[in-house]
Write a protein that binds this ligand. Structure first.
Ligand code: SAM
Length: 458
């Protein structure tokens, strides 16, 4: 926030929301007694919500899936955070609370408006408020500016609540940085949508409202839902065992993707002993880690990820298998999704080359009846100049996009019979046998992989 502005005055009195706006979330369970019981804990915390908005936030959270991810920008002492966290009790819902936890001397005058904290910043008070309310386990504070946090954010969001800086450029950046992670059907809420805060009001009118539907509000707290027809979720799965440096490079590279939809990243860490776990925890806090004991190998790691993702799957979701020695061009994910969508949700692999420019096999055609199969590198030479795709019998897991409904159709990767090699191939054979879905290698996307060029599938 800029110096010179104070938050400690009422900002909502004269503002009327648009006529169609409702005053309650309108879906999910009835809050009834649950909120009444929560209220004293919320009311003990100083803050800037207009009376009634606490219940509105509580209701919005109660309507979310049981494992929902909530991102709050601007937590201050935790009044809004605790309102939401009390609706997480008994579920796997989790709140990430982004704040500098510093404010500045002019934004937040300690003691003004009945708002107090101790120490040089208010993180301690925020955490004490969580403890006292019994919700510490449901909240992860992320200390920093929202722009910095956004650079490393990498998981889908079910509810995005923006109440950080109220400057137009900052609110706009917060919305743009995090809305791309909001799942289709997810909710975005802004606080202080009122003429007293023209920056917030402008972002609501120009950006949030046009890109969302089913709007509602409680006074200056306004919200809307992302249409379900928006970009599909691409779950990126990276099976790793040691080689932390490769994983770091690969994750940094993935975070530069220009894909407009949510792209959560899952690392399946199969018993690494080289500091991979620590590196993921400290450098990539929003990457989700699934752990193996060192015996998963490639197929077991993929099967574990599929088991984790399938119960959470929504229509249209994808799984993208990536090897950690692969570096992708910025438009790789958008390119693969584009080809798969165009080709009626085909399974699609990108092409791959070594840093020296040698083509690396990414898929294969079989000559049934003979043991040998043919590798397809996906290079222009193999695919032909006149088309950007070639049909194959199987793609290898180096850079392969699978529409997630295929796991419902043909089952999971077979880690029992093919723990490491051929797990990808055998899975594709089942897809092919089923008969309705194409498996393609496209030149639209070419990854750079360090693996030496091999002789194909053999
Ligand atoms: C209006 S207060 C939030 C009030 C809180 N939601 C409540 O219910 O009490 C705004 C908060 O945003 C934080 N903030 C301001 N600019 C920020 C930025 N660029 N990044 C992260 N936090 C920021 C401030 O430190 C402050 O705690």
């Amino acid at each position: 926030m800029k110096a010179g502005r104070r938050l400690a005055f009422p900002r909502w009195n004269s503002f009327e929301m648009t006529p169609e706006a409702s005053t309650a979330p309108g879906r999910g369970e009835k809050t009834g007694d649950a909120f009444e019981e929560a209220w004293p804990k919320i009311d003990a915390i100083g803050g800037f919500l207009v009376p009634g908005q606490e219940r509105c936030l509580f209701d919005l959270v109660r309507a979310l899936p049981n494992d929902a991810v909530i991102l709050e920008v601007g937590s201050f002492l935790g009044r809004s955070t605790v309102s939401m966290a009390l609706a997480c009790r008994g579920t796997d819902r989790h709140i990430f609370a982004v704040d500098t936890f510093e404010g500045n001397a002019t934004d937040f005058v300690n003691g003004a408006n009945n708002v107090h904290w101790t120490g040089s910043d208010f993180l301690q008070t925020f955490e004490a408020n969580l403890e006292r309310s019994g919700v510490r386990q449901y909240v992860t504070p992320l200390r920093g500016t929202s722009r910095d946090i956004a650079k490393h954010w990498a998981q889908p969001i079910d509810l995005l609540f923006l109440d950080g800086s109220h400057e137009f450029e900052d609110v706009k950046a917060d919305f743009e940085d995090f809305f791309r992670w909001l799942v289709p059907g997810g909710c975005v809420a802004l606080h202080d949508v009122t003429p007293s805060w023209p920056g917030v009001l402008r972002v609501w009118r120009k950006q949030v409202r046009p890109q969302t539907e089913r709007h509602g509000n409680l006074s200056s707290l306004a919200y809307g839902y992302k249409p379900v027809s928006a970009q599909p979720v691409v779950n990126v799965v990276l099976p790793v065992h040691n080689r932390a440096e490769d994983t770091r490079r690969c994750l940094q590279n993935l975070q530069r993707q220009d894909y407009a939809g949510p792209m959560p990243i899952f690392v399946v860490d199969d018993g690494s002993t080289d500091g991979t776990a620590e590196m993921l925890r400290t450098e990539f806090p929003s990457v989700r880690v699934l752990r193996g004991d060192g015996n998963l190998w490639w197929t077991g790691a993929m099967a574990l990820a599929v088991r984790h993702l399938m119960p959470r799957r929504r229509d249209g979701d994808y799984l993208l298998a990536v090897n950690n020695d692969s570096l992708l061009p910025k438009d790789a994910v958008s390119g693969l999704v584009e080809v798969s969508t165009r080709e009626r949700r085909a399974v699609v692999s990108g092409a791959a080359r070594s840093p020296e420019g040698h083509a690396i096999p990414v898929g294969g055609r079989f000559h049934w009846g003979r043991v040998l199969s043919t590798g397809v590198s996906g290079s222009t030479h193999d695919i032909g100049e006149d088309t950007d795709c070639v049909e194959v019998d199987a793609v290898f897991g180096r850079l392969s996009l699978f529409p997630m409904e295929v796991f419902a159709e043909v089952g999971n990767f077979d880690s029992e019979r093919f723990p490491h090699y051929w797990g990808d191939t055998e899975f594709c054979v089942r897809i092919k046998k089923q008969g309705s879905r194409r498996i393609l290698v496209t030149n639209r996307v070419t990854a750079t992989c360090r693996t030496r060029p091999g002789p194909g599938l053999t």
